[in-house]
Design a protein around this ligand. Sequence first.
Ligand SMILES: Nc1nc2c(c(=O)[nH]1)N[C@H]1C(S)=C(S)[C@@H](COP(=O)(O)O)O[C@H]1N2
Ligand SMILES: [Mo]
Length: 256
Amino acid sequence: MAANRLDRRRFLAHAMAGVTTLLLGACDKLSESRWFPRILDSAEAVNKHVQRAITGQQALAREFTEADISPDFKSNGTQEPDDPAYQKLMKGGFKNWRLEVGGLVERPGKFSLAELRVLPSRTQITRHDCVEGWSCIGKWKGAKLSALLDKVGVRPEARYVVFFCADAMDMSGDKYYESIDLATAYHPQTILAYEMNDKTLPVPYGAPLRLRNERQLGYKMPKYIMRIELVQSFADIAGGNGGYWEDQGYEWYAGI
Ligand SMILES: Nc1nc2c(c(=O)[nH]1)N[C@H]1C(S)=C(S)[C@@H](COP(=O)(O)O)O[C@H]1N2
Ligand SMILES: [Mo]
């Protein structure tokens, strides 16, 4: 299957053209998101390589103004987990909710919302792009994931951050989960959001805590986070592909 050098160069050139289209596309109206299928078609490794080569590993996703905020942000996927433990926490205003952080860390721990709120935070107005072809702009405030990771101490073997959620996606009872690499985890706009549009994060959008990972598609931003685990490989977790949607065939790297 190894492509020869020329083929590989042509392939890269093609992929670069795709990225140029998408960079221009960022200035388009929300309805003009024709570039989605192109991204999903391109090979994951090349997509990731090219995006990082062109925009830089830590380049920021575009940010918007208050006037751009969508009046009716769409809630997608789960809108309220029916898991009994989640329901109980929700009815108690999430006072008893704790974020568990474990795996390849020096100091595993459990964090209340109050504890997360005192970590260094970031507020950002960004565009959420769903693979289904819709986009909404919202304002998010949350703890920087980098700050939480520094607090627990990431062990050198760790390569991915895995998020386990409260909601089951289908009759199988399989819970939503998702993973990102450490470069994404340390990106300045990668936050654990507890506020949306200046209010406590509402349940349809992932209360009490959801990830904002602004340079990837919506499915890479887990809602209803209960536990975070640092791992070396996600091969043994659930379906082995790094996330609920990846187990159904979506790309693991969903850069936009
Ligand atoms: N736990 C959980 N996280 C999730 C989902 C979900 O169903 N459950 N849906 C994903 C998808 S496909 C999208 S587009 C966004 C939707 O976020 P929103 O409801 O704030 O629009 O959340 C993502 N994270
Ligand atoms: Mo989505």
